[in-house]
Structures are given as structure tokens and as C-alpha cells.
Design a protein around this ligand. Structure first.
Ligand SMILES: [Fe+2]
Length: 405
């Protein structure tokens, strides 16, 4: 895969913040603080991250070091081109930390290029980012191919190696636990938009599902400012070729009122809302009639050993989200969910369907390089296969599903 500097026409320059992420080895190790913002720092701090692919567009998010305006230019192989630079309230997208531009009206399954344009508020700086290739999703394609990461937890070596070995695809699904809790506000930008200094959405637009660590810490509420999703919520559904995907937010791994959460979380109501939404979305023809039906959520809905007494007041936490499963199981079974893809346990697993739980459960590995995995999904008319590999290229788990219709 071709690697390019994201700074485009800006010469050189260190990326503020990215160097501040320590090599955290697991969820118990907090990274070092990012350096304070330098008034002479480059205006553009991160690559233009291509997120939330849909059949008619994507959303582009990037970070700046001071107040600026942003817009995006796009072009297609057929010679068509355009500019996107208006928010829903009639403003040109602007901000002193994050710029977001939504592209819509594009054609499905089509190759495009885009670049982010950034203007400082005093108009003294005008930065044209490099052209970056992307493709819109195609719900009517005969095939799809995508890749999945999980539980990177700011481990720089793991992220760099994952980025190097993972192929391009219709999308990259980052299945939660990007961080080790948001104790510091300045960890957000480098962790989400420029992890380990990599441009992770190059050649594979990114989608995020929220992990329990992504919602932890006093600055976690700011993640939605930096992460675009297809429908603007942390739960969403989309179709790519013959596969319908429902992405869910399993919330925390302890009850909302646990003292560790400081009164900051309200996942019991979000799970109930998602239960109703699954029923609604799965009744739409493109999901109801899809040949393959896949769910992504960070915390598994099944686990190899399901204990009933977790002991939350004694340091216990959910290895699988019984709260989520209790809320969603019936709707997921009614939709004929074939497989749930998760992370969270830092221990890869593949659990076959059974009479009580007719959906398979696939779980990826953990943040340390020796435990990390990535999964490639490929679907055509004959089968949907998932191949999970470790960083050495060894196959850890493989699952093949036949089409339902
Ligand atoms: Fe994790």
C-alpha cells in the first residue's frame, strides 16, 4: 500500500500530539500526556480521516491547531468533481480543534479522490492536503471485502503493524477500545485521528464501534465530536454488497451506577433504544432480505464461560454483555443474525451457534503485539468468510457462512 505524508503542500513538521502517545501495553497503562499546543505548530495536525462510508458519500474529519475553516474537494475518474463545504446550519465547517465535512450526492460503488483544504481564520495560511483515494459503498455489488481491528488501546507497535499488514477494503471496522480511558483531553485527537502516526483510513474508510474504554474517563463525552458515523449515532446499519451490517454500542462492562463511572454514563436507556431500533432497521427491505447478516459490537454477546454472579463491587466486570444480550437477543434472532463480531476480552475466540443462541460469536485479540489480531471478511454469492490472523500472519480462527437467501 502506498504511504503518503498527509501534510500535502505543507513542508515537514512534527505532528503535535501524535508523539505524545506512549506505548501503552494494556488497558491498565495510561499513555504519557501529549505536548501542549505550540502557537507556531503546523495548522493541520492530522490526516483527513475518511469515515462513515455510505452509498452516496463519506464524512471527513481532521484536526487543526487553531481556529480555521475547512472544505473538501473531490474528483472522480469520469472527470466529475466538486466541493463540499457547508454544514447543516449554513456555515462553512470551522473550529479551533476539529473540522468535519460531509460529502453526499456521490454514486454508489465508485472510486473517488478527495483532499481537505484548511484556511486559518486570519486567512494567512491556506493548506491543501494530499489527494486521498476512497470508494463509496455499493449495496448492490455481488461481492464485498472488509477488515476489522479491535482493542488497540493506544499500543503504538500494534497499530503500526496492523496498519502495515491489513489490506485495503470497502471499510475498516475499528471494533472498540481505541484508548486506555480519556483522562486527558489532549489524548483524543492523536488516538482517534492519527493513531501511532498512521493514516489508517487510507484505502479503507473507517467506521468505529464504541468500546467500554472509549466511554471511560472525564473527556469521553467528546469522542462523538471526532468520530462520524453513518446515521450520527453510535449505533448504525449499512449494506455492503450481499452483507447487511448492524453496529451496536454495548456500553460499559458494569452497571451505570458503578462508582468507577462517576455518574457519567447512561447505557441502560441506550440499550433499550437500540432494542427498538434493531426491530425497525431489520424490517427495512435491504436488511430484511440480505443474503448475509452480521452484527458488530465491542463487548461479546456470548462467552466461553458465562458466570452469573459477576461481583461488580469486588472488581468484577462483564466478559460478555448480558445487559445487551437480554435487551437485544430476541430482535437479533428474529433478524436471523448469523454472527456477532466483537473484541473486549483480549482473548480470541470462535463460538459456534447452538439451539439457544443461533448466532455465532467471533472475538478478536488484545492490544499487545503478541495478542493482536485482525480479521478479513469476504462475501460473494456462495459464502461469507471471516479469517482472523495474528501479526505473524498465522490464521487464528476462520468462519464460513452460507447465504440465508
Ligand atoms: Fe479492551
Amino acid at each position: 500500500m502506498k504511504r503518503r505524508g498527509f501534510l500535502g503542500k505543507v513542508a515537514g513538521g512534527a505532528v503535535a500530539g501524535a508523539a505524545g502517545i506512549a506505548q501503552a501495553q494494556d488497558s491498565k497503562t495510561a499513555p504519557a500526556a501529549a505536548p501542549a499546543v505550540d502557537p507556531n505548530a503546523p495548522l493541520v495536525k492530522t490526516p483527513a480521516v475518511v469515515m462513515a462510508p455510505q452509498s452516496d458519500g463519506v464524512e471527513v474529519v481532521w484536526a487543526v491547531s487553531r481556529l480555521a475553516r475547512g472544505h473538501v474537494e473531490w474528483k472522480a475518474e469520469d472527470g466529475s468533481s466538486g466541493t463540499a463545504g457547508a454544514d447543516r446550519f449554513g456555515f462553512v465547517p470551522q473550529g479551533d480543534e476539529i473540522l468535519r465535512v460531509k460529502l453526499s450526492g456521490l454514486k454508489p460503488g465508485t472510486a473517488y479522490q478527495l483532499r481537505a483544504i484548511t484556511d486559518s481564520v486570519d486567512n494567512k495560511e491556506h493548506i491543501e492536503g494530499p489527494w486521498k483515494k476512497f470508494k463509496t459503498l455499493n449495496p448492490n455489488a455481488k461481492e464485498t471485502q472488509f477488515v476489522v481491528w479491535n482493542d488497540t488501546h493506544q499500543n503504538e507497535e500494534t497499530i503500526k503493524r496492523l496498519h502495515a499488514v491489513t489490506p485495503t477494503g470497502d471499510f475498516l471496522l475499528w471494533n472498540g477500545d481505541t484508548c486506555n480511558d480519556w483522562h486527558q483531553e489532549d489524548w483524543l485527537v492523536p488516538t482517534l485521528l492519527h493513531p501511532a502516526g498512521q493514516d489508517i483510513s487510507e484505502g479503507r474508510p473507517m467506521l468505529l464501534t464504541w468500546g467500554n474504554h472509549d466511554v471511560r474517563g472525564k473527556w469521553a463525552f467528546r469522542v462523538p465530536e471526532m468520530i462520524a458515523t453513518p446515521q450520527g449515532r453510535p449505533f448504525y446499519a449499512f449494506r455492503s454488497g450481499p452483507v447487511a451490517f448492524i453496529c451496536l454500542h454495548t456500553g460499559e462492562d458494569k452497571p451505570d451506577n458503578h462508582p468507577n463511572f462517576g455518574g457519567r454514563v447512561a447505557f441502560e436507556s441506550l440499550r433499550r433504544e437500540q432494542a427498538e431500533w434493531i426491530k425497525e432497521v431489520s424490517a427495512r427491505p435491504e436488511f430484511r432480505d440480505a443474503p448475509y447478516r452480521v452484527v458488530f459490537c465491542h463487548i461479546p454477546l456470548r462467552w466461553t464461560q458465562e458466570i452469573t454472579e459477576v461481583g461488580y463491587d469486588k472488581g468484577g466486570y462483564d466478559a460478555f454483555s448480558r445487559f445487551s444480550r437480554d435487551a437485544w437477543h430476541d430482535a437479533l434472532v428474529a433478524w436471523k443474525t448469523q454472527i456477532v463480531i466483537s473484541g473486549h476480552t483480549h482473548s480470541p475466540a470462535s463460538i459456534a451457534p447452538n439451539e439457544k443462541f443461533p448466532y455465532a460469536q467471533l472475538v478478536g485479540g488484545g492490544p499487545r503485539p503478541e495478542h493482536a489480531t485482525w480479521t478479513e471478511g469476504k462475501a460473494d454469492a456462495n459464502a461469507l468468510t471471516f479469517v482472523m490472523k495474528n501479526l505473524e500472519g498465522k490464521v487464528v480462527h476462520e468462519v464460513t457462512l452460507k447465504p440465508l437467501v
